[in-house]
Design a protein around this ligand. Sequence first.
Ligand code: GLC
Ligand code: GLC
Length: 840
Amino acid sequence: MTTGTRSQGDAMRYGYFDDEHCEYVITRPDTPLPWINYLGTDAYFGIISNTAGGYSCYRDARLRRITRYRYNNVPADSGGRYIYLRDNGTGEYWSPTWQPVQRDLDSYECRHGLSYTTIASARLGIRAETLYFVPPGETLEVWRLRVRNERDTPAGLSVFSSAEFCLWDAQDDATNFQRNYSTGEVEVAGGAIYHKTEYRERRNHFAYFACSEPLAGFDTDRDAFLGPYRGWDRPLAVERGESSGSIAHGWAPHGSHHVRFELAPGETREVIFLLGYWENPEDGKFDPPGWPIINKALVRPVIDRWLRPETVEDGFRRLRESWASTLSVLNVRTPDAHANRMVNIWNPYQCMVTFNMSRSVSLFESGISRGVGFRDSCQDLLGIAAMAPGLARARILDLAATQLASGGAYHQYQPLTKRGNDAIGSGFNDDPLWLIAGVAAYLKETGDTTILDELVPFDGRDDTAVPLYEHLERSFRYTLDRLGPHGLPLIGRADWNDCLNLNCFSDTPGESFQTTANVPGGQAESVFIAGLFVLAATELADIAGLRGLAGDAGMYRAEAEKMAGVVMAHGWDGRWYRRAYDHSGQPVGSAENAEGRIFLEPQGMCVMSGIGIANGMAAKALASVAEHLATGHGIMLLQPPYRRYHRELGEISSYPPGYKENGSIFCHVNPWVMIAETMIGDGDAAFGYYSRINPSAREAISDVHRCEPYVYAQMIAGKDAPSYGEAKNSWLTGTAAWNFVAITQRILGIRPELDGLRVDPVLPSAWAGFTATRRFRGATYEITVRNPDHVRGRAVRVLADGKPIDGTHLPLAQPGATVRVEVFIGPEHSRPSGEGVGRR
Ligand code: GLC
Ligand code: GLC
């Protein structure tokens, strides 16, 4: 029985890491929440839980939803890629993925790997293992089922598949029943089920569900499959052992195949199911032309090919190879197993998934409400530039094309149309600056300056195209054109903290704090944007320098310095950086406030941008973070949380204390503090913070953490919440990219720069060193770092191929070269200059 007690010592674990295979192995199905994985790497995507729940979409989870999923359903996570097994001798049936039938399994094991999941189990002497994945470059998913008879007698079995189709537009599908109950259409031909709702009119795409085995029957009408008043846990067709051959007309189109076979003792049978998406050319939709039957001339060969075991095997091999190659950009061997597996496997994987999905598809993001976030995707670039430079380049150009001529940016765009989302609009005044940060990350990784000359329109209007470099200038200018009474940047609707809505003053329930009209002449200012501006302007100065624009570079630097001065004059509260000034000029995040006295974001961002490092403000601010915001579960966003609603502050005070922006451990911001700590030379503090939110390090408290132990979550409830330590909103979060940057570029210190690779680790003193392999601009760096005296400071001596170099910056190597890098950290070699080494 797998759903019973766990062995002692593993009291809170639901599985374990298999680092060798890059898998997390879940050993009981009833995880505290569904623990999911992602299928698909380029256009066809899906989520899959550890019990096969989830759904798929093509490019856009709102506009091209392939299968239906009911969020917030009971029981949790019902609806997915289901297979039912039935013993035809006794009539007993069960789910080899435990859900939805939930009959006890004799063994159960789910392996979430890199873009694939396998779920294996046994019951009544029948072993079943299903592999789910999307082959690279295809618009289909494979479910490969292997059933083995482990009895010593023959077994007569039935297999039923089940996938419920979504009528494409997920929002409409979940709301517009007066129409939708009448539109559903399917076809069945050659053993394949085709879902073709609206194909007769303006759509040229359809879905299909095919099976490799001869069918004993099928159903395409959900209600015929389930039977009246029944759920996925006891479909009538399965109970009866017989499909009804139903053809859906309206109501709910569904796909189910019935395969029947006999297995001798020890015999295994493989059954392949394909669920796919296909687009026909506009002039070749129908066969015969003009008759509303799908022309299958193009899709059928694809189906036939992927129903062959060799093709599936080969596709799966290619998927694994492609991930192995992607992850080979960086490999580290540190004394910390949690850091190793996160850096080498799970964190880059989460970075890719987050980049691909932006904030659209997870168990917490319904795929309907948020498309591609401007600031979100710009930050995601930091996590994937090294692994997927081509994708990064394309995304930068897409994002920039939604920028407005004012330099402002649409807050979100829809992935299918790539048009800015009018419903949410613009006016989040930090947005444009993140474009500079994203482009800088891309340039540092690739050196591809040609991107700066790419012609990119504003607001998707081709006649307005200017070189990308000019977009960056406008981003910079946008801030300077909008300064407030203290000379700090105006916040607009919000800055990074979407919920700090200082110009909103909303009294109407349900009104969006972000899109509602702001008070006229919104005067609120953001210290955070000031910090981000300094960071971005400095990056832009370096980029201008690279283009030989010394004048521009000087101007950007001068403005950065000026803004840093404003922050020190008006943004400093005495012991930490203030957060903002509200519409009436009152400070937010100040010792003067009763609630929300200290906020985390400006401490991280201002120190990251270098403000106050020289004069000790930075160290003081970080000491205040340690004193007021740090907890054993990570660093909280603010203290004390708001206990009542402040209409002058907006959504932030709408959350109960300790949740979300109102004082949770907002994981996205934690790495900024880790980076800041490395900048003042404190590797112990930096790595300490890193470990507190490292999901692998939290695996041992899975009952408290509750989300997946292999990926970061957006938030962990803060100490003021009753559920202190509980994570929420796993997977799609800027936490992925920023933690990857903090650990790899700052703590381990392997940092791409415009003209070479810097190796400048700031390690925890417990470490005697580490080794790493990094591919960078065509060369391979074999890095060994030694910290024999266990100091928490930074590198004092660096050798490249045995020769000492000046500082920690390695000039560019020849493509194809291997560079041996040795780094020493230690007190006996004193460091002449540079950023401060000690702290407090
Ligand atoms: C969410 C948003 C992100 C924002 C953060 C803080 O994670 O996706 O854009 O910066 O919340 O409000
Ligand atoms: C932030 C919050 C998110 C919220 C959004 C808009 O991004 O993290 O939960 O939906 O702001 O209010």
